[in-house]
Write a new protein. Structure first.
Length: 146
């Protein structure tokens, strides 16, 4: 198992798209790349992933940003995290979460947090989060506009 975790810079975003489309299938590749590189990255969004096969796609990816709040102080917020179905069960998500924790500590963060959808299809992801000592700390409410 490849355990090296690499930052995915602008210009290589397309390598992360197949995994991200598992999470966000409503976007085609070009639109996803445009949004990440022109809207998210300028606001601090970073992509990190595991590429187990040279020249292959990112098997597991995490997109995150730093944020500041009265609630958590400086924290690292995991915006997106996905593993290609054919690479699940290899421990990649746990490895990436360990990397993110170390990065948050390196950057002086007081907390890590993420949102995860609910439902039976998310239970394996939730097991990974709970196994890494993430706690359900709040309810996240959304009021969609338009």
């Amino acid at each position: 198992m490849q355990s090296e975790i690499v930052e995915i810079p602008e210009g290589q975003t397309e390598t992360a798209v197949p995994a991200l489309q598992v999470l966000w299938p409503k976007y085609d590749a070009a639109e996803m790349i445009r949004i990440i590189d022109t809207e998210l990255r300028p606001n601090g969004y970073r992509l990190v992933g595991i590429i187990p096969e040279a020249g292959g796609p990112v098997a597991c990816v995490v997109g995150f940003r730093l944020q500041q709040s009265l609630w958590l102080g400086k924290s690292l917020y995991i915006v997106d995290m996905a593993t290609l179905p054919e690479y699940r069960g290899r421990g990649y998500a746990a490895l990436i979460l360990d990397w993110v924790k170390a990065e948050a500590e390196r950057l002086g963060c007081k907390a890590l947090h993420l949102d995860s959808a609910v439902g039976p299809e998310r239970s394996s992801a939730h097991r990974v989060y709970m196994g890494k000592r993430y706690q359900i700390a709040c309810h996240h409410f959304v009021h969609k506009l338009g």
